[in-house]
Design a protein around this ligand. Structure first.
Ligand code: UD1
Length: 418
């Protein structure tokens, strides 16, 4: 069992280099299914989730591995692709389901297990299916597997009832090899969608409008292998910004695209955190007496749901009453019970958390329910009085943060993993 032990009350100071984006890497590695030949993907963080998608690719008959000579580089040799994704990997990580689009486009048939429920809500896949049907695929569900078939995908119009990141990615990947033009209306506009489109375009796809309210994809007959560099991880960046704010420290968060973290920066400024934006980095410093703020999660460019738990930890120490409203996922407040064990004053009402700021948190044994809930507990532990013991039975933090304890300790924290 994994335990993270944090001795709190160390101010974080110095500079931290942000790793490549987990979510962009997962989508881009899934998209390599579309590219016969050898592709090289750089700036891929070495995380459990990335290892899972690599295992999915291998199970599909694709050779994929981290380069022995170059850090954070994944090499993919793709010649033959099988059409069945393994149950144990897809149920382990929901993003494995996103291979449905590229496998269908490449093989005309894909058999992918339903990802099932998870800690942060039911997370259905109806929008993925609706999109693939609009491209002419027939879809059946048999024995827990989604089976999609199409001899030849044809471009079509898809309106997404919610701008789902995964569904936008599945449809975009499938449509690259369809005949004719596909239009996705109300797509997700997250930076990871733009990164996936840039990756596919560099491989010969014709995608325009990624990052806007309408994406157009003109199908091409084949794609070619490429070398590509993944964008920085905006959620890791945001988490370190909060680490600086919560410990009243002073950090330079480097190697990022500041535009991608704008909503987080605005909320931090509103609370009284001093924010300095440079070309590829952001300076964050904070003193005692941060003010309460209200936060509502929204699809990009709104405030990211993946930063909600970390912000809840920060707001639990801000002066006054804050309201955090989660609109993207149901049931994404698992961290609240644990933060309360550390002395936070938070009340849940439906999809909102009402937080009355307290002057300090104290250490307690706590449990991690999901990746960002784990990040919130680490942040709380950094500032709590005493030694916080975080039980992370399922290694959630390693799914999303590369070298988290080393990076924090370099900044003056005292974090041990046992
Ligand atoms: C991705 C991110 C995740 C982030 C989330 C929202 C990856 C690997 N993960 O997850 O970190 O928290 O975006 O920014 O990129 N929905 C449906 N039907 C569907 C698909 C989704 O109803 O077919 C709903 C979900 O239940 C949820 C909402 O849409 O309530 C958003 O989900 P979605 O954007 O699809 O999240 P993921 O792509 O799974």
């Amino acid at each position: 069992m994994r335990k993270i032990i944090i001795k709190g009350r160390h101010k974080l100071e110095g500079e931290v280099q942000i790793s490549g984006s987990k979510n962009a890497s997962l989508a881009i590695l899934a998209a390599t299914i579309l590219l016969p030949g050898k592709s090289i993907i750089r700036n891929v963080p070495n995380l459990l989730d990335v290892q899972t998608i690599i295992r999915v690719l291998r199970a599909l008959g694709i050779r994929a591995e981290y380069s022995r000579s170059q850090l954070n580089t994944v090499e993919v040799w793709n010649y033959n692709v099988k059409h069945v994704a393994p149950y144990e990997l897809v149920t382990k990580m929901r993003a494995s389901f996103f291979v449905i689009g590229p496998i269908l486009a490449r093989k005309g048939l894909a058999k992918i297990p339903l990802p099932g429920g998870c800690a942060i809500g039911s997370r259905p896949v109806n929008l993925h299916i609706k999109g693939l049907e609009a491209l002419g695929a027939t879809v059946t569900i048999e024995h827990g597997f989604v089976i999609v078939k199409a001899d030849k995908l044809k471009g079509g119009n898809v309106y997404l009832d919610f701008p789902s990141v995964g569904a936008t990615e599945s449809i975009m990947m499938a449509a690259t090899l369809a005949s004719g033009e596909t239009v996705i209306e109300n797509p997700a506009r997250e930076p990871e969608i733009i990164d996936l489109a840039n990756f596919l375009n560099s491989a010969g796809a014709k995608i325009s409008g990624a990052g806007t309210e309408e994406i157009k994809i003109t199908g091409v007959s084949e794609l070619f292998p490429v070398e590509y560099r993944v964008i920085p991880d905006r959620i890791e960046a945001g988490t370190f910004m909060i680490a600086a704010a919560i410990t009243h420290g002073n950090l330079r968060v480097k190697g990022i695209i500041p535009e991608h973290v704008e909503s987080t920066l605005r909320k931090l400024s509103e609370m009284g955190v001093i924010v300095k934006v440079l070309e590829n980095e952001v300076g964050i410093s904070a003193k005692n007496g941060l003010r309460a703020a209200d936060v509502k999660t929204m699809p990009y460019p709104g405030f990211p749901t993946d930063m909600q738990a970390q912000f809840t930890a920060l707001l639990s120490l801000a002066k006054g009453t804050s309201v955090v409203t989660e609109t993207v996922f149901e049931n994404r407040f698992m961290h609240v019970q644990e933060l309360k064990r550390m002395g936070a004053d938070i009340k849940l009402e439906g999809q909102s958390a009402i937080i009355n700021g307290v002057s300090e948190l104290s250490s307690a044994p706590v449990k991690v329910s999901d990746l960002r809930a784990g990040a919130a507990l680490v942040l709380a532990g950094l500032v709590a009085q005493g030694e916080t013991i975080i039980e992370d039975r399922d290694h959630h933090l390693e799914r999303g943060y590369e070298n988290l304890n080393k990076k924090l300790n370099n900044l003056g924290a005292d974090v041990r993993i046992v």
